[in-house]
Design a protein around this ligand. Structure first.
Ligand SMILES: Nc1ncnc2c1ncn2[C@@H]1O[C@H](COP(=O)(O)OS(=O)(=O)O)[C@@H](OP(=O)(O)O)[C@H]1O
Ligand SMILES: [Mg+2]
Ligand SMILES: [Mg+2]
Ligand SMILES: [Mg+2]
Length: 419
């Protein structure tokens, strides 16, 4: 029987099959390259948040996970923190920093109330149905007219210099009574359901009063997990490579100081100079590799009542660390180790009954983890932000580069006598 053959004698059907296969491969390669080029281009285009979050759902197969980048949340949070730091800096430079004492005897200033009002108003403008857990409440201001008017004077006159940035935050609060109501929107009980913002308008109030480190802190939790974290640190050097120094004291100038640390879960951490209008460009940050434990720099609280200095010193000694620890107030400690200016932050419980507040740790925890660190309590448990306004399931904090965290934790447990 004769069959149709080509020059090398292969059957025609076989040649057709090979040609079709080659064609399929060429078309597939072309499509996949075009797709990645398209993705690359789209990553440089500012696409509205609503389209960004919907796009993966529309383009991916039904089983693929939906990627949320929290673009709008991050931008609003950074701008809100930036605006709030303008108010706190005005308080420091222009106003008498008179304090009132809270029930736990800790200080609160006009800066704390004012910063909280400005941040909540920006969040409510952009995300009206989100809940908020914030440190301060307006009770004292409702009965003290002078205090209330001083704060209103600051809040009503603090704006970002860039109109579109200020517009994104919704502009000014309408009047003094609205300001009190806005401050009191931060009374959510927290938990592990839905979207909850956590605000510490001035963390390290004692540091703020001394002219030392403090931080304006904002975090977004979704179902108990921190997704976005932002820390504004007006008194830290802008330069990520600047050596870590203790409290800078009351006579500092703002020159070369002021930094915002930010992170989105799964997308890394960054730092940028704290400005007064639009956000300036940020750059990625990461913890520094620690080749020799003896070279590690430890950060700890200034207040011995917040973290045991004695236990910290013993832990450092057992690890062979000779350098004295650097004491600084606030979550500036988290930001400093995240950018490799220090290595380890220990917060060692002083009182059995004290429960850490979620606003003292949410942003810092995410920023350190996104910069390559591990953050746990003294028992090695991840910090659990989903159980209310406090970290009721945790004791203390151990934050360190991922690869040495276990080694440090075992010495912490040994010195504190815990499992
Ligand atoms: N007993 C006790 N133990 C642990 N922590 C406490 C305690 N009392 C208060 N606080 C909280 O400490 C927050 C200040 O953070 P730091 O400890 O990092 O700063 S400091 O160096 O001690 O000033 C501080 O935050 P701010 O009130 O925002 O300044 C408090 O929430
Ligand atoms: Mg406080
Ligand atoms: Mg605080
Ligand atoms: Mg505070």
């Amino acid at each position: 029987m004769s069959s149709v053959r080509n020059i090398r004698g292969a059957p025609k059907s076989f040649i057709l099959f090979i040609s079709a296969s080659v064609l399929v491969v060429i078309v597939a390669t072309f499509l996949s390259r075009s797709w990645s080029r398209l993705s690359l281009i789209s990553s440089h285009i500012q696409v509205p948040a609503v389209i960004q979050s919907a796009a993966p759902r529309l383009l991916s197969t039904p089983s693929a996970p939906v990627k949320m980048s929290y673009t709008k949340e991050l931008e609003v949070a950074q701008l809100a923190v930036q605006r709030a730091t303008q108010l706190t800096k005005r308080v420091f430079h222009e106003k008498a920093k008179g304090t009132t004492s809270k029930d736990d005897k800790s200080p609160v200033t006009i800066g704390d109330f004012g910063a909280q009002a400005l941040i909540i108003s920006a969040l409510k403008h952009n995300f009206p149905s989100d809940e908020i857990v914030a440190e301060e409440e307006a009770d004292d201001l409702r009965t003290d007219g002078t205090l209330r008017d001083t704060i209103w004077d600051l809040v009503s006159t603090t704006k970002l210099e860039d109109e579109s940035a200020e517009g994104m935050l919704g502009g000014a609060i309408t009047d003094v009574d609205a300001m009190l109501d806005v401050i009191d929107l931060g009374k959510s009980t927290g938990g592990n359901q839905g979207r909850i913002w956590t605000i510490d308008p001035i963390d390290g109030t004692k540091g703020f009063l001394r002219g030392g480190q403090y931080a304006v802190c904002l975090g977004l939790m979704v179902d108990g997990d921190v997704k976005v974290g932002v820390l504004g640190c007006p008194n830290l050097p802008v330069d990520d490579a600047a050596p870590l120094t203790a409290d800078i004291g009351a006579n500092q100038t703002d020159e070369g100081r002021g930094v915002i640390f930010s992170a989105v879960l799964g997308e890394g951490a960054s730092s940028r100079a704290l400005g007064t209008g639009k956000l300036v460009d940020g750059k990625p940050i990461s913890m520094r590799p620690l080749n020799e434990m003896s070279q590690a720099t430890f950060c700890e609280s200034v207040e011995a009542g917040h973290s045991s200095h004695g236990d910290q010193a013993e832990i450092a000694k057992k690890l062979g660390i000779t350098q004295p620890s650097v004491r600084m107030d606030s979550q500036a400690k988290y930001g400093s180790i995240a950018r490799g200016a220090g290595d380890v932050y220990l917060r060692l419980p002083v009182k059995k009954t004290y429960q850490e507040k979620i606003w003292d740790h949410a942003a810092g925890d995410l920023i350190v983890r996104e910069a390559g660190g591990q953050v746990t309590d003294i028992h090695g448990k991840r910090l659990d932000f989903g159980v209310g306004r406090t970290l009721a399931n945790n004791k203390g904090v151990v934050a360190a580069p991922k690869d040495v965290h276990g080694q440090i934790l075992s010495v912490v447990k040994e010195v504190l006598g815990v499992n």
